[in-house]
Design a protein. Structure first.
Length: 568
């Protein structure tokens, strides 16, 4: 059953597809140029405008990213990183790694004080900041795969920053939670506290003239302004005088990496997702490989048995994550994690009648020789776009936690990430998301912290049918898997696939998180099987666009949030 909020969102999505905002009257299945879904209506509109202006899905995604940095800046922006999975009209599949890098002066023990990891250092302020990759990635995507000049998209977003936007409930909540952190940094305080009433509420106008100025510098000076010019210099100076280690040279060295996508199959579909340094693609495919051994369709989507088997698969995959995953340029991440045979062996440990105890990670085949190599981030945001030419984009972007490091270097308007917290500060010590890691994700100079962001495309016979991904730390992997199961095993269109109840297990802590919407019967069925269940109101935020076998398009923003989907 679809909850009422989902129904409202369904109506909104159908209205926009039928032309209320798009002018495709009566043709919900046939947009003129493409579809867009983001967490924010202003950002979705920016993506649609890029399509109206003759842009393709890549331009639309860039417009969304730049505008989200303005209207949803506590989640993502130019001061953070992103992963972009692309399917181009000519059939090429590309993954662009715009993850932050650790500064050259970062060291393994930089967050330890008296032998213990201090989360304040990795989560707030100068030391928490990694070198941002989002702008480099958008610029790369624009130059190589877009059609509109990037300067035009930057100017459009600059205008939104300049004239301001109305806060939504979500933004207000994040401001409340982060107030004391933002107050520590005058550059941030000036914008997010002094620039708003003392007790902000939904509907208040937030203007960001400094951010507009920075966007215009980026429009005229390009990546050089950001990575080798004024922005890099100013940021490094601020960092050095506030206990940080970032240097201008770290910016100059930053590079976007085009990596080989992770590829898997699931019940006759192709899964294309993000490779390490994201753990997302590897574990989305690993979990799907495990679940392919079970007849989920006959268990039924709303059943305790289905929820149990999915949770067991997640647990096994997250144990592997903690042991094996890290930046493939530094750590040996076994490609055997994607093997069907490996999954078949692990799947034998799953019992239908009770929760298993997973003591340690598995041993994927070839772990000693076959690794990912170059050759072959709700405080985050995911957006999806696609166009009628056959370009599809799944992009997840993040500052990490709300408002990232909370640092805005005065005058720039650009919030900086705190993605250094995604490293494992000490073996076995959990990060903000309770994730533990090992050697593979230890801090090293210029290394990229491990991520769970999972921008994923699903194809059938080479034809894309779904672009999906999510925000919510490690739950991103679970949300993405569930959306794919709901699409493939249960034949749900994107909005229903996103609306259906979610669950998440990340091995450690041994807690199965379930949304209340599963209902009492399922929750007690899970407890009876021995799961330690935590009932949550809601998990994560996912967006998706899709095209079904008969060619009908759809676009869905997560009904748990305040996003929007549309078509033009
Ligand atoms: O890269 C990652 O996996 C995290 N930094 C993403 C953070 C996130 O989704 C925050 N949302 N709750």
């Amino acid at each position: 059953m679809i909850p009422w909020r989902a129904l409202v969102a369904l109506v909104v999505a159908v209205l926009s597809l039928t032309g209320a905002s798009a002018g495709v009257s009566g043709l919900p299945a046939a947009p003129r140029r493409g579809v867009v879904a983001t967490v924010n209506p202003v950002a979705t509109e920016a993506g649609l405008q890029a399509l109206r202006d003759g842009g393709n899905a890549v331009d639309a995604a860039i417009a969304c990213a730049l505008t989200l940095g303005v209207v949803d800046g506590h989640n993502s922006g130019i001061g953070g990183g992103c992963f972009m999975t692309l399917r181009l009209a000519d059939g090429r599949l590309i993954t662009l790694d715009g993850r932050e890098t650790a500064p050259a002066a970062a060291t393994r023990d930089m967050f330890l004080r008296e032998g213990k990891a201090d989360p304040r250092l990795s989560q707030d302020g100068a030391l928490s900041v990694g070198i941002p990759g989002e702008f480099a990635t958008l610029a790369y995507a624009s130059t190589n795969h877009g059609r509109l000049p990037m300067a035009r998209l930057l100017e459009a977003a600059a205008r939104v920053a300049e004239s301001g936007f109305r806060l939504d409930r979500h933004y207000v909540g994040r401001l409340r939670e982060t107030r004391s952190g933002l107050a520590l940094f005058p550059g941030s305080e000036a914008i997010f506290l002094k620039g708003l009433p003392a007790t902000p509420s939904a509907g208040d106008l937030l203007r960001q003239p400094d951010l507009a100025w920075s966007y215009r510098q980026m429009a005229s000076g390009g990546v050089a302004w950001f990575y080798r010019g004024d922005f890099a210099r100013r940021t490094a100076e601020w960092m050095q005088s506030h206990g940080g280690v970032v240097e201008a040279a770290d910016f100059a060295r930053y590079e976007v990496v085009s990596r080989d996508p992770v590829r898997g199959t699931y019940r006759g579909h192709q899964i294309v997702s993000f490779p390490p340094p994201s753990s997302g693609g590897v574990h989305v495919v690993e979990i799907l490989n495990l679940l392919e051994r079970f007849d989920l369709a006959s268990m039924g989507d709303g059943s305790a048995e289905f929820a149990h088997v999915v949770a067991e698969a997640m647990k096994l995959a997250f144990a592997d994550r903690a042991r094996w995953l890290g930046d493939p340029d530094f750590a040996r991440v076994p490609r055997g994690l994607l093997s069907k045979e490996y999954a078949a062996g692990l799947a034998r440990r799953i019992r239908l009648d009770r929760a298993s105890v997973v003591a340690a990670a598995g041993s994927p085949p070839g772990a000693d020789r076959d690794w990912f190599t170059r050759e072959m981030g709700r405080h985050t945001t995911h957006f999806s776009t696609a166009d009628t030419e056959g370009n599809w984009v799944a992009c997840t972007a993040s500052l990490n936690t709300s408002f990232g490091s909370k640092v805005v270097v005065p005058g720039t308007g650009i919030l900086l990430n705190n993605h250094m917290d995604d490293f494992s500060a000490q073996p076995g010590v959990p990060n903000f998301f309770g994730l533990v890691g090992a050697e593979a994700n230890a801090i090293e100079a210029r290394k990229r912290p491990l991520s769970s962001m999972s921008p994923t495309l699903v194809l059938r016979d080479g034809r894309p049918i779904l672009s999906v991904g999510a925000a919510g730390g490690p739950t991103i992997i679970s949300q993405t898997v569930l959306a794919i199961l709901r699409t493939i095993d249960f034949g749900k269109p994107p909005l229903e696939a996103l609306a259906a109840p979610r669950l998440h297990h990340q091995w450690k802590p041994d807690t199965l998180h379930v949304e209340r919407a599963w209902g009492e019967a399922v929750i007690s069925g899970l407890r009876r099987r021995g799961h330690s269940v935590s009932v949550d109101a809601s998990i994560g935020a996912a967006q998706a666009v899709g095209r079904d076998a008969s060619g009908r398009w759809s676009a869905a923003a997560d009904p748990r949030g305040e996003g929007a989907a549309g078509a033009w």
